[in-house]
Each structure stands twice: as structure tokens, then as C-alpha cells.
Design a protein around this ligand. Structure first.
Ligand SMILES: NC(=O)c1ccc[n+]([C@@H]2O[C@H](COP(=O)([O-])OP(=O)(O)OC[C@H]3O[C@@H](n4cnc5c(N)ncnc54)[C@H](OP(=O)(O)O)[C@@H]3O)[C@@H](O)[C@H]2O)c1
Length: 372
């Protein structure tokens, strides 16, 4: 893809990494679009910066051109994701860059959207603009959810759990609400804010009555869109007085087709029902439905049954696990409901990161393909 191998310098890489970092500024607001950051330089000096804030609004390249005062002729453009090649709600960015006579574009990763997929690079090259596609892992990682949805129709699935040192989610009594400290709970707010949907099971709804929303003032100040709450409740046994069902924010209750949903409210009712022919055990269908709604990332905040189902069905991509320095003893709820007859069939996960958060430890786990 890159017609100029070896032509990418260390300062190119630094500007590109800075563009990828800048893309994060749109993380909480740009879905269903991917995050994109753009930095424009002339003679080694930054003259413009931009990121994609919201679907339907200006793309990162357009923001950066405006930030540069409009004159970017002869400049170099560093963009985390390939410029788009088609006119949607905004004009094609590849054409905009050509019209502004930039001389070079350095791309972090090719757009996995089949409507682009290299066409933006081709457009630029055919217009005589030099393009370097670097294929940076950090650029690919920054759009992992979007890329997965484009490739499979399914969102990126991030499991979340908090357990004691001895691997318990809760006491048998159900008392578990504040297993971790303040920092870990604040961290969960971040993962919620970047998610398009949050899934939970009816067991958690009954025991904990969670709100599963974003409440951190700093995140709300950034204009975070509240994720869609998704409740898996095959037989519709959730008590009607639970917060998630009555707080006026969007909630989707997924149930088995044999069970009739209550009489429908108006089409814009925040509480919606989805009947699945194969039942709520069919997590792939639920994820496909969410992918169809444009969800790039979903967070699973269920109890041990739902966590077990995701592990069993091999439908997770990343796992954020908080380890609290407590012991809940043998009369407690095991973290994952899973039948593991042999050590050789035990699912393996890899620890990708370990980060202390006050008294707790956050582990970021990724799949080890063989056994999960
Ligand atoms: N520490 C933590 O991070 C954390 C997080 C969440 C919950 N919890 C604790 O977990 C406990 C609840 O555990 P739980 O296992 O009962 O809760 P859960 O996993 O949230 O809910 C389980 C229920 O969801 C329904 N369900 C529907 N589709 C499912 C599917 N595909 N897979 C699994 N379940 C599905 C089932 O009920 P139907 O058959 O009736 O549909 C099932 O009994 C509570 O004590 C809560 O405090 C802890």
C-alpha cells in the first residue's frame, strides 16, 4: 500500500502518534463514526489540529484546515485514519485535501469501512499527492470497535467485573455494591462513557438495582451521550420499580419470543422490548442487533451468569477486571459461572495491563485464542 517504504521519518511518527492521541478527544461523542485526529505541519511546524467530534459534523481534516486558517497549500497532513473518499453528510475529505493543494498525507491506518478501504488513498495519489500509509498498531487499536463492526457486524465486547482476591463477585447475601474503592468506580465511569451500550442480566437488576449510566461530572461536561442500557431478561421477570426501567433514559429489554412484552408505549418510549426467536441465550444475535444500531463498543456489566455466557460463547474481546484486596470466603458468588471439567479445557486469558487504582488493581485481559 505504501509506495514510499522507508520514507517515513521519526518526526513523521511523532506527529502521527500525536494525531492518534488527539483523536481521543472525540472518543465519547463521535459514535457511530470512528475517532479521527489530524495534525497539519509546514516546514516541521504544526499549523493546524483537528479531531472528529460528532457524527454529521466536520471531519478531523476539515477541523485542522480551519484551525490552520484555511491555507494549507504544500503542507503535510498527519491523519490517524485514511481520509474518506465519498460524500456523506460532509464532503469527501480526500477531495477536500486535494482542493487545498496539500503536498503529502501520512495515514495511521486504512479505513475498514468498505465504502473507503483504500479509495481515499487512491484518490489522493491519482491527484499527485504523496501518501504514506504507516499501518500503526496504535491507530488500528484506536478504531478497534468501529473496525470490528465494519468487518463482522458485531460490536467490540468489553467485559467488566470487580471481584475479591478470592475471586468472588458478591457475598451470597447479594451484598456487593462497593467491593472496590472510589478510583476504581470512577474508572468504570470512563468505560461506560466510551461505550455505546451496556449489557446486564436480570439477576444483577434484581440484586443491585443499578443505573448503569454516566454520572461523573467531568464526563458529563464533555457532552457524553448516555449509552443504551440493554437488559437480558428471558422471561420478563424484572420488577417494574427498578431504576433502569423507569428513569426515562433509553433501555432495551431483550426477552424470549414465547413471552409477550407489555403493551407497547409510543414509538419514542425510552423503554423498548426486543423478542428474540432463539432466546436471550443467543448472545450473537443480541450483539448483531446492537451492531445494526451502530454500536461500536459494548460494555458487559452483568453477574456471574452473563459473564459465563460471554466466555462460553467466545464473544468477548477485552476484559476490564478490578481486583479488590478483600476475601469474601467460600459462601460467596463465584466470578464466572462456567463448567470447566479439565484443566486443559480451562479458558486462558492474557494480562495485557495491570494498573493500581488506590487500594485496588485493574487488570486488562485479552483473549488467548486457543481456549476461549
Ligand atoms: N462485582 C461485580 O462486578 C458484579 C457485577 C454485576 C453483578 N454482580 C453481582 O452478581 C450477582 C447477580 O449474578 P447473576 O449471575 O444472577 O446476574 P446476571 O448475570 O446479571 O443475570 C443472570 C440472569 O440473566 C438472565 N439471562 C438472560 N440471558 C442470559 C444469558 N445469555 N446469559 C446469562 N444470563 C442470562 C438469566 O435470567 P432469566 O433466565 O430469567 O432470563 C440469568 O439468571 C449479584 O449479587 C450482583 O451484585 C457483581
Amino acid at each position: 500500500m505504501n509506495p514510499n517504504p522507508g520514507a517515513v521519518t521519526t518526526s513523521d511518527m511523532l506527529f502521527l502518534e500525536a494525531a492518534i492521541e488527539l483523536a481521543e478527544a472525540g472518543r465519547m461523542s463521535c459514535a457511530p463514526n470512528p475517532t479521527v485526529g489530524c495534525i497539519i505541519t509546514r516546514s516541521g511546524d504544526i499549523i493546524g489540529r483537528g479531531f472528529h467530534r460528532r457524527a454529521g459534523e466536520a471531519h478531523a481534516e476539515v477541523e485542522a484546515i480551519a484551525d490552520a486558517g484555511g491555507d494549507v497549500a504544500g503542507a503535510t497532513v498527519y491523519v490517524s485514519l485514511e481520509p474518506c473518499s465519498f460524500e456523506g453528510r460532509t464532503p469527501a475529505c480526500a477531495q477536500t485535501l486535494i482542493d487545498h493543494a496539500v503536498s503529502r498525507v501520512v495515514v495511521g491506518t486504512v479505513d475498514p469501512n468498505p465504502r473507503v478501504a483504500g479509495a481515499g488513498v487512491n484518490m489522493l495519489q491519482q491527484a499527485g499527492v504523496r501518501v504514506d500509509v504507516v499501518d500503526l498498531p496504535s491507530a488500528a487499536r484506536s478504531i478497534a470497535g468501529f473496525a470490528k463492526r465494519m468487518g463482522t457486524g458485531l460490536p467490540w465486547v468489553r467485559l467488566k467485573s470487580a471481584a475479591s482476591l478470592d475471586g468472588a463477585l458478591a457475598l451470597a447475601s447479594g451484598e456487593s455494591k462497593w467491593l472496590t474503592g472510589t478510583l476504581a468506580r470512577q474508572d468504570v465511569q470512563y468505560w461506560r462513557a466510551r461505550s455505546d451500550a451496556i449489557l446486564t442480566g436480570v439477576g444483577t437488576l434484581i440484586e443491585d438495582d443499578p443505573q448503569l449510566n454516566v454520572r461523573a461530572p467531568d464526563l458529563l461536561a464533555q457532552g457524553v451521550k448516555q449509552p443504551l442500557r440493554v437488559l437480558l431478561d428471558s422471561r420478563l421477570r424484572a420488577p417494574a420499580d427498578r431504576k433502569m426501567l423507569g428513569d426515562g433514559a433509553p433501555t432495551l429489554v431483550v426477552h424470549d419470543a414465547e413471552v409477550a412484552a407489555p403493551e407497547g408505549g409510543p414509538p419514542d418510549d425510552p423503554l423498548q422490548y426486543l423478542a428474540l426467536a432463539d432466546g436471550t441465550r443467543d448472545l450473537r444475535s443480541i450483539l448483531a442487533h446492537l451492531g445494526g444500531l451502530g454500536c461500536n463498543e459494548v460494555l458487559v456489566e452483568g453477574g456471574s451468569s452473563l459473564l459465563g455466557s460471554f466466555v462460553e460463547q467466545g464473544l468477548w474481546d477485552e476484559w476490564v477486571h478490578y481486583l479488590a484486596p478483600k476475601l469474601l470466603g467460600s459462601d460467596s458468588l463465584n466470578m464466572v459461572q462456567l463448567n470447566v471439567p479439565l484443566l486443559s479445557s480451562a479458558p486462558n486469558v492474557q494480562i495485557a495491563d495491570a494498573c493500581p487504582l488506590g487500594p485496588d488493581l485493574r487488570l486488562t485481559l485479552v483473549r488467548e485464542e486457543d481456549n476461549v
